[in-house]
Design a protein around this ligand. Structure first.
Ligand code: NAD
Ligand code: DAU
Length: 366
């Protein structure tokens, strides 16, 4: 039985992970520490808060006394570290928070873990700091380049990617220097339930349902590898259970698509849905299909993202050979599940999009 601290557990992947983990490890004690930034939402954890084995703490990973007391009072032996500023566009406009949370915040967690698990008389017998990172630390690929392996040299291009790379190095150094038990996973673009509608897939679904422009950066040829969030959670579980201490593992979806193809696929899926479910017209009266128009008429090519990485691709051979990892969700079924979830959870996305996010979006993309 583990006693787990999940940082950033009210965000997209963190909340999916907490749900996944709590179902598969019902005896584990799980504490979520989350600052509830614009991206964090307690609603994402609805239904879990009544469990005795679950506790939510509203706070910052950079608050050292708070993290110290949590680890000690709850006797935590495992940290699964998701908390981060995660949106590349925001990092380009306002990088400071990325350095604060992703670099300094991660360092605070490592310091406290070291003190509690290596330097204290009451240290637990076993411990693990699992760090959730990204494939963006490896930089960008050309069309014919081989996919990123764990041995690919780091070449982060955005302030977000640089902050994640810095945090990966700190995690590695705490293992090498102090002997802290750590593992790191670097994964590709996640999609699925509870993703904040600033990232490509949920933003396109929401805008299309509302009859708003679908802004495609540049010429839309940029390629990402898409990973259904549940597959990511399964990959992290495998690393926690079977990973070698000090090792890093790539987790991918084996689903490379150009952005324009993703957006076009979402448009055709919505066109079909409005035919098979005519009642949607009442809920989303501004959707193009309601007027008999195709959803892809909303696609608009806009100014490219600064420093936009062209392609990411993951070689997950180490994870598959040593952990038995393989993604299970097919992209078409994963996208259908995601669109259905967004349609069923209109109240959720309208609520999370309220407020400052909308102002930010409007000033940055007109
Ligand atoms: P997200 O932005 O949806 O959620 C981040 C969560 O962290 C939010 O709940 C937020 O409130 C919380 N948080 C932010 N700053 C905090 C702080 N200082 N203290 C405590 N909590 C704080 O992010 P996500 O997409 O779920 O990503 C989770 C992790 O996975 C991140 O580390 C990200 O770098 C990594 N990752 C994400 C993807 C992806 O496609 N989304 C891919 C690879 C890696
Ligand atoms: O690769 C893993 C990374 O994936 C994670 O580390 C990041 O946290 C996560 O945000 C994601 O980064 P991306 O920049 O790849 O994701 P995003 O959804 O922002 O954009 C995906 C692609 O779509 C990218 O090429 C930019 C493009 N895009 C995005 C938005 C929001 C558009 O063309 N239009 C848009 O409106």
């Amino acid at each position: 039985m583990r006693r787990v601290l999940v940082t950033g557990g009210a965000g997209f992947i963190g909340a999916n992970f907490v749900r996944y983990w709590s179902e598969r490890h019902p005896d584990d004690h799980v504490v979520v520490l989350d600052a509830l930034t614009y991206a964090g939402n307690r609603e994402n954890l609805a239904g879990l808060e009544s469990h005795d084995a679950f506790r939510f703490v509203h706070g910052d990973i950079g608050d050292q006394p708070l993290v110290e007391s949590l680890i000690k009072e709850d006797g935590l032996d495992t940290i699964v570290h998701f908390a981060a500023e995660s949106h590349v566009d925001r990092s380009i406009h306002e990088p400071d928070a990325f350095i604060q949370t992703n670099v300094s915040g991660t360092h605070t967690l490592l310091k406290v873990a070291r003190e509690a698990w290596l330097d204290s008389d009451s240290a637990p017998g076993d411990h693990l700091f699992h760090h959730v990172s990204t494939d963006e630390v490896y930089g960008t690929l050309g069309r014919d380049d081989p996919a990123f392996t764990e041995k690919t040299a780091y070449a982060p291009n955005s302030p977000y990617a640089a902050s994640k790379a810095a945090s990966d190095h700190l995690v590695r150094a705490y293992h090498h220097t102090y002997g802290l038990n750590v593992t790191t996973s670097n994964c590709s673009n996640n999609y699925g339930p509870y993703q904040f509608p600033e990232k490509l897939i949920p933003l396109m679904i929401v805008n299309a349902l509302n009859g708003k422009v679908l802004p495609v950066y540049g010429d839309g040829s940029n390629i990402r590898d898409w990973l259904y969030v549940e597959d990511h959670c399964r990959g992290i579980e495998l690393v926690i259970d079977k990973g070698k201490k000090g090792e890093t593992y790539n987790i991918g979806g084996d689903n490379e698509y150009a952005n324009i193809d993703i957006v076009s696929t979402i448009c055709s899926a919505l066109d079909k849905l409005f035919v098979t479910q005519p009642e949607l017209a009442k809920v989303f009266p501004d959707a193009p299909a309601v007027k008999g128009d195709r959803t892809d008429t909303l696609i608009t090519f806009v100014k490219d993202r600064l420093g936009h990485d062209w392609r990411y691709a993951i070689d997950a051979t180490r994870s598959s050979d040593t952990l038995g990892y393989s993604p299970q969700e097919d992209f078409n079924s994963g996208l259908t599940r995601t669109i259905d979830w967004m349609i069923e959870h209109e109240t959720w996305w309208r609520a999370v999009m309220d407020g400052s996010y909308r102002d930010w979006l409007e000033t940055n993309y007109d």
